[in-house]
Every structure is written in structure tokens, then in C-alpha cells.
Design a protein around this ligand. Structure first.
Ligand SMILES: [Zn+2]
Length: 310
């Protein structure tokens, strides 16, 4: 049976799957990246894991995967298949597509960015199924995003398309890791909420989930912290709406786990700010931590359909 290999390389762990044509995972596996041993070990771990998965595919389905997709963090050159830089994994200019193609006996390989791959999966087979214009926002340690247009993700001219976390929503605001001030991620990421709530409550171990629980319990200090994040996020979403006019905004990442505690005030804050723009459907992501892996599988299948029509 025809299938593809999908691999999501995270900071600490890798998720892999053999994926059917309709996006269903047929076999799944996880393994550590071994990043503590340096970038060469990570690359070797990726290649070895992929080769084992291909063997698994051959044993189970009578043929090796027809193609492979791999999603990695950091800066990537999708065109040339190069993992340009990742602070987490410590690598620079790794020709990952070529190395994987060699290890997989010439199978075509697609290299994708982890958040954009996750966005692709959410848009095509997750929360945005059937929607052709969407924005995916992941609220985690930072804030990352992906712009979905016509069944694909727009990466931009330099691979930085969708960086909504670095849209300045509070000029002169908190300093951001990117060097600017008042970026959305300094106010509305899960880490930003955790920091603000820890400062407000005096408990340095408090996290964003604790803050959400305190909001639900009616704590006014938590409500103030939460409100700051919701307002900043609403400003960012309205900017997306004015610029891109998506029909759906899919919100994922740690902070989205708060469910209605986030979505109810967020929908209201966005509605309040819109003037002429049509409101987007604001929905929670559904694929959770498998999104990037499933997206890598979609990239692999897209590679095959391009080959057939080319
Ligand atoms: Zn920034």
C-alpha cells in the first residue's frame, strides 16, 4: 500500500508517522533528538529514525514510503531543502533534504518549517478543514503563526511569513527577544502570561494554566493579567483580519488549552475592534502536538501529486 513518511523534529523529541493518502497515521513512533550530544548527533538521529521507519513501512505495507516530509524548527530554506539555523538544535546550514533522500534510497523529500507544517495540517485536516483562507496562531513559549492560502502555507519571500508574534502591538512595550519592543509575544504568549501572573501573585512557579484557573475562580488580579494578554492578542488578530481577511483564525499552543476562558473574551475583544472587516471564526486547534508531524505527511503527499502533474 502506498504511504509516506512524516517526521517532526522538535527541540527535545521527534515524532514520526507513516501516513495514508487521506492523512491518517498508519503507524506512529517517538524518539529523543539527543540534542545534548550536539547537532551532528541530532542529524544522525533523524536519518537513522527515518531509515528505520522506511523499513517498517516496507515490512508492513510491502513497499517503502513513496516520499518523506520532515518538519524542523528555526530558519529553513524550503526551496533548497536546507535547515539554515536552529538555536534549539544548534545546527547551521544542514542539507537535510539531500541527506534524507540519500538515506531513503532516492525517495523525494520535502523539508518544512514546524509551525507552518502544523498550520498546514490544522487548515487541511484539523480545525480549519475545508477553509481556504486561514491564519494559524500558536501561543507557546513564543508566538508563531502561519498564513493559509488556497490549500498551502505562504512562507513569504525570505521564509519569515506569518511571524505574528513579532507584530508590535504596544509600541515602547516590553523588550522582545527579537530586539524590538512591544511585540505580541511579549504580552500574549503562554510564557508572557506565566511571567505576568508570577509577578502579580508573587509565586515564581505559577504558570499560564494556573492563571487561567484563577481567572475561572474569579480572581481579579488574574483577570487583569489575562485581560492584558487577550487585548494584545485581539489587536494582533484584527491586524491579520485587515491585512489578510481570513475566514478562520485557528488558535493553538499552551494558552489555547484554557478553552472558553480564552476564546469567549477573545471573540468579544476582536468583535469590539472590527469596523468594516468581517469577523473571522475564532476556533481552537484540534491536532495538538501531532499537527507538525501530520503536516510533514501532507507536504510529502503534495510532493507526489506535484510530480504526477508536472
Ligand atoms: Zn519580537
Amino acid at each position: 500500500m502506498k504511504h509516506v513518511l512524516a517526521l517532526d523534529v522538535g527541540g527535545t523529541g521527534m515524532k514520526a508517522a507513516l501516513v495514508a493518502r487521506d492523512g491518517t497515521p498508519l503507524h506512529e513512533a517517538r524518539r529523543p533528538t539527543g540534542r545534548e550530544h550536539g547537532p551532528y548527533t541530532v542529524v544522525e538521529a533523524i536519518l537513522g529514525f527515518a531509515a528505520e521507519l522506511a523499513e517498517e513501512g516496507r515490512a508492513r505495507f510491502g513497499e517503502p514510503p513513496s516520499a518523506a516530509g520532515v518538519a524542523v524548527p528555526g530558519t529553513i530554506d524550503e526551496q533548497d531543502g536546507i535547515a539554515v539555523f536552529s538555536a534549539n538544535l544548534g545546527w547551521r546550514d544542514v542539507p537535510l533534504r539531500r541527506l534524507l533522500t540519500e538515506r531513503l534510497a532516492g525517495a523525494p523529500v520535502a523539508l518544512g518549517h514546524d509551525v507552518r507544517s502544523g498550520g498546514l495540517a490544522e487548515g487541511r485536516i484539523g480545525a480549519g478543514r475545508g477553509v481556504d483562507r486561514f491564519v494559524f496562531i500558536a501561543l507557546g513559549t513564543g508566538i508563531a503563526g502561519a498564513i493559509g492560502i488556497d490549500g498551502r502555507i505562504e512562507a513569504g519571500a525570505h521564509g519569515y511569513g506569518g511571524e505574528i508574534g513579532h507584530v508590535v502591538v504596544r509600541p515602547g512595550g516590553p523588550e522582545c527577544g527579537c530586539g524590538a519592543r512591544g511585540c505580541l509575544e511579549t504580552l500574549a504568549s503562554a510564557s508572557a502570561v506565566a511571567r505576568a501572573w508570577a509577578a502579580a501573585g508573587g509565586d515564581p512557579t505559577a504558570d499560564a494554566a494556573d492563571c487561567a484557573r484563577a481567572v475561572q475562580a474569579g480572581d481579579p488580579a488574574a483577570a487583569a493579567v489575562w485581560g492584558t494578554a487577550v487585548d494584545a492578542l485581539a489587536d494582533g488578530i484584527v491586524l491579520c483580519q485587515s491585512l489578510l481577511d481570513p475566514s478562520t483564525v485557528i488558535v493553538g499552543g499552551g494558552l489555547a488549552e484554557a478553552g472558553d476562558t480564552l476564546f469567549t473574551p477573545l471573540r468579544a475583544a476582536v468583535a469590539e475592534r472590527l469596523t468594516f472587516q468581517k469577523p473571522p471564526a475564532l476556533v481552537p486547534a484540534t491536532l495538538k502536538d501531532t499537527a507538525a508531524c501530520l503536516g510533514a505527511g501532507l507536504l510529502a503527499w503534495d510532493l507526489l501529486s506535484t510530480e504526477v502533474t508536472a
